[in-house]
Design a protein around this ligand. Sequence first.
Ligand code: FES
Length: 174
Amino acid sequence: MPEAELERRFDPRIVAFFCNWCTYTAADLAGISRMEYPPGVRIVRLMCSGRVDPQFVLAAFRHGADGVLIGGCHPGDCHYQEGNYKARRRFELLRMLLRDMGIEGERLRLEWISASEGDKVARVCNEMTEQIRALGPLRLRAAPPRAGRPSAREAAGEGAGEPVVEEPVGEAAR
Ligand code: FES
């Protein structure tokens, strides 16, 4: 690939919340097996996919992630019985919320990956990186200051600079 093109290439930042018992172990296996996946995927290890609080996802986007990947044990294999079912319910709601905010649903992905599926970790990370690259960077901007008297929260310095979506993009614009 020519050097100028390489410089222009957008390398998506993806925050991956992986459950300790399955997907994180699979990511470890992928590393040990020398399978390649993009360095823009940053893994956060949690004990269970059910521990992924929706606020973690929103915070990841607010702090510059272009995509968020959640990985957990296959249905029926969760070490905490139903954590992955909880994750699946939250995922559906979060996707709707993101669409309402003008963020494409494809920027959030949920995958079941068992400890032996190192190859699947690499495939999903590569696929998602390409998908997000096609969408382009996520553009959030700080909320404009409101006219009039500041609220007590604003006066205390809270809530300033919270992101709003610059403009609807992709399917959200339709
Ligand atoms: S322990 Fe892996 S999803 Fe719950």
